[in-house]
Design a protein around this ligand. Sequence first.
Ligand SMILES: Nc1ncnc2c1ncn2[C@@H]1O[C@H](COP(=O)(O)OP(=O)(O)O)[C@@H](O)[C@H]1O
Ligand SMILES: [Mg+2]
Length: 247
Amino acid sequence: MANLARVSHLYKFHAIDGTRQPVLSDVGFEVGGGEFVCIMGPSGSGKSTLLQLLSGLDEADGGSIELAGKSLADQSDRERTLLRRRTIGHVFQFFNLLPNLTVLENVALPLAIAGVRVAEQAAPVEKLLARFGLAHKHQAFPHQLSGGEMQRVSIARALAGGQPLLLCDEPTGNLSQKAGLEVMQLLRETVEQDHRSVLLVTHNPRDATFADRILFLVDGNLRDEQGLRGPGISVERVHQALSALSI
Ligand SMILES: Nc1ncnc2c1ncn2[C@@H]1O[C@H](COP(=O)(O)OP(=O)(O)O)[C@@H](O)[C@H]1O
Ligand SMILES: [Mg+2]
């Protein structure tokens, strides 16, 4: 399967406590088409930094990133922005829904941005909302929803955008156990049914069990020595791997 993301020899330094310290050090991995990859690491290990480099919110200090087979370094600023916009959808810990738009309008946003006419936005969006158990909420505003509902809206929005790769940063970090489980099941479903790829970063072992592969970010290095392959890895195996790595 063609790689949707390929990261090689990636470095990122941050000024921490007044000194320049490596947050990511020679990090490399790939995410294949239709693959669900989880990167686990404790708080402060650089997970969000890594996703920000992929999504272009921050710049690497070394190494390279390819999206959909194209190296970001070879592109003009404009091409790079378009490549990212076409390739990457986002799911955030705090949902990032627009508060003044309804559920329907939030999910339709990527279609509006892509220039789809208003009359043609409703049908695909209503279909996604029905699938996600949110049809009755289509006219609600984000503040009228539970956390689990907000996250389902944000996954529906990411699917509406049609990008093949979803970057998910602690998507259950702000949810109850039950709502978090539902969100993880939906993410797995988008891999199985919609053939999207998911790159999940989390410190939650339960969430990691939904992935095809689990990698560990420890002291800036990415480790794959545990050979954890899924889906359906037991949560005990994930805990064992974490304690073997002392994280
Ligand atoms: N923009 C920034 N400027 C300086 N330090 C940062 C910045 N972003 C993150 N850091 C530091 O880099 C380290 C990794 O942060 P982060 O990627 O947010 O970790 P995680 O998402 O795994 O919790 C932390 O020590 C954090 O304080
Ligand atoms: Mg983070």
